[in-house]
Design a protein around this ligand. Structure first.
Ligand code: ATR
Length: 276
């Protein structure tokens, strides 16, 4: 029996055990996936024991950076984002990856393949934290070259833009509301709108063109206020649960070298989240 898990604080509401159980069933792999809630003061002491016990693991807040000194190497995604969400054991070596950004891009390209065929679509990322960094990096790697940023704190967006791109423009949240019609894809990467503060939206989406795809990485609730506004404006929407699913799939694929199909799991996950 192979043993995987999620390390974080808190982790009790995580859907990852259910998702990985579904992957294991479909891939016909004998595996467990458990939650390990480590308080910050016990992290250093307990992580070594968990490394002895587990065959691979995921990390969530607040440990995506703190794990790095305990690993032997990082791949490009983890190096550039400075954060690790997936740890893979290869022989005696522990390798850190970040599958959040590529998970997002895969979920987007499954839902909207036409976006990848467009000449040079204009993209906007709202927010400039860890999630924005991972998504920005993955979009650049996929070949998107026109990516602008808008954030509450301009300096955070400026430093992200400097890290990744030559022609990124940076806006305040107030400025961007009047410029939304320029974009083919808008991605909301902050936690604004997440339960229990469901009535909030990072910006107002009154001025939107109908062909724009609007994405929110928040998946609790599935239909955020931000996405409701996008729908009301006639735009296309992209739900956050698919990023959760695909970042988990990349981890599972790296651990087991098997490739389960996810379509049905995505549908069930959506129903589960709708009911929550
Ligand atoms: P994560 O690493 O999970 O992405 P984070 O580093 O806390 O989380 O980043 C959160 C992002 O959401 C930041 O861009 C933050 O804006 P600031 O850079 O100004 O802090 C943004 N954010 C969080 N709460 C917000 C709010 N109430 N209104 C607007 N932006 C908010």
């Amino acid at each position: 029996m192979r043993q995987f898990g999620l390390i974080g604080y808190p982790v009790s509401h995580s859907l990852s055990p259910w998702i990985h159980h579904e992957f294991s069933k479909r891939a016909d792999i004998q595996a467990t996936y458990k939650l390990y809630e480590l308080a910050p003061e016990e992290f250093n002491e307990k992580i070594s024991a968990l490394k002895r016990k587990l065959d691979g693991f995921n990390l969530t807040l607040p440990y995506k950076e703190k794990i790095i000194p305990f690993l032997d190497d990082l791949d490009e995604t983890a190096k550039e984002s400075g954060a690790v969400n997936t740890v893979v054991k290869e022989g005696k070596r522990w390798l850190g990856y970040n599958t959040d950004g590529i998970g997002f891009v895969r979920s987007l390209s499954e839902a909207y393949p036409q976006l990848l065929e467009e000449e040079s679509p204009k993209l906007l990322i709202l927010g400039a934290g860890g999630a924005a960094r991972g998504i920005f990096q993955a979009l650049r790697m996929k070949g998107f070259s026109q990516i602008d940023l808008a954030n509450r704190t301009i300096e955070h967006a400026q430093s992200l833009a400097q890290q990744f791109s030559v022609n990124t423009r940076v806006y305040s949240l107030e400025e961007i509301e009047a410029r939304l019609t320029s974009y083919d894809l808008i991605i909301q990467t902050s936690s604004v709108g997440m339960a229990p503060r469901t009535g909030e939206s990072i910006i107002q989406l009154a001025k939107l063109k109908k062909s724009t795809i609007v994405s929110d990485i928040v998946y609790q609730p599935l239909m955020t206020d931000f996405l409701k506004q996008a729908k009301a404006a006639g735009a296309h929407i992209h739900l956050g649960h698919t990023m959760l699913l695909y970042q988990a799939l990349y981890a599972f694929e790296k651990w087991t070298k098997t490739y389960p199909s996810v379509e049905e799991i995505g549908q069930t996950l959506k129903q589960k989240l709708k009911g929550s």
